[in-house]
Design a protein around this ligand. Structure first.
Ligand code: SAM
Length: 279
């Protein structure tokens, strides 16, 4: 009889945000596979959990998955945890779960915290449809393409981002989407929890007045809403003609009009090319 692999969600910051079931399973498991065993000690000590731990992180997951699956096949019960929130969600564990599934080992989720859902619930942005995008690419070119590709999505967009890159993400989002409504959730469930709400430009202004931006961030941006476009196609075309008559560059013109029209830069870019071709 094989054992069971439990995928256990842990708190985002506030140690009370863990379920009774999660604590019981962590106590009863034969082994806890943790992203960072030293980091998880604080949580385990707080709840008097003395189960042995083993490190399983993005750099050793491929080899550890084999070892852990072998133990599961021999009957061990293993609980997988990450540093915060739900394992596998922008965290390690995918290789382990998929290998365990391939081998027919039971995989049981033990639900709890997740930064995207926690922040979304209090963001004030639509929650009926949303697109979780995780961490966006770091290189500017790839980031722009990534954002342009999501510009037409109707539901709320959700990004994880480091505080070091959050200003760049917001500026790039204004270029790609226009000045949409947004919410930045910082330090969820922690002492300095903060929600910044409003148009992207307002959140950007607030952040730019700060000496440093600290803590963990989730950014929510409203989806594409054709009703909210600030300019009609005729008005956009007139502005394009004006800009071209003033010899403005296509990129700059697209950026300016996209911001005013609250629509993706790529869409305006295509309109400019069409106008150029006609004239
Ligand atoms: N597995 C986690 C989950 O379920 O949300 C996410 C892990 S991912 C490596 C870390 C990112 O999650 C952070 O960079 C941040 O974007 C987000 N995050 C985690 N904890 C957060 C918190 N307390 N407040 C805001 N964002 C948080």
């Amino acid at each position: 009889m094989s054992g069971t692999l439990y995928i256990v969600a842990t708190p985002l910051g506030n140690l009370e945000d863990i379920t009774f079931r999660a604590v019981r399973i962590l106590k009863e498991a034969d082994l806890i596979a943790a992203e960072d065993t030293r980091h998880s000690k604080k949580l385990l000590n707080h709840y008097g959990i003395t189960t042995p731990t083993m490190a399983c992180h993005e750099h050793n997951e491929t080899s550890k998955a084999q070892d852990l699956v072998q133990r599961l096949e021999n009957g061990s019960t293993i609980a997988l945890i990450s540093d915060a929130g739900t394992p596998l969600i922008s965290d390690p564990g995918y290789r382990l779960v998929s290998l365990a599934r391939d081998k027919g080992i039971p995989v049981v989720p033990v639900p709890g915290c997740n930064a995207a859902i926690t922040g979304l619930s209090a963001s004030g942005l639509p929650t009926d449809t949303f697109l979780f995008l995780g961490f966006p690419p770091r290189k500017q070119g790839s980031l722009n393409t990534f954002l342009d590709n999501t510009a037409r999505h109707k539901g709320t967009l959700i990004f994880y981002e480091s505080p070091r890159r959050i200003i760049r993400l917001i500026s790039s989002a204004i270029t790609a989407f226009g000045d949409r409504q947004a919410c930045l959730a910082r330090e969820l469930t922690k002492q300095y929890e903060e929600f910044l709400r409003g148009p992207l430009s307002k959140i950007l202004d607030t952040l730019e007045t700060r000496e440093t931006i600290k803590g963990e961030c989730v950014l929510f941006i409203e989806g594409d809403d054709e009703q909210s476009a600030g300019l009609s196609p005729e008005q956009m075309e007139a502005m394009i003609m004006d800009g071209l008559n003033q010899n403005m560059g296509t990129g700059e013109l697209a950026k300016n009009i996209a911001r005013l029209a609250n629509c993706p830069k790529a869409q305006v870019y295509d309109m400019i090319l069409a106008v150029k071709k006609r004239s």
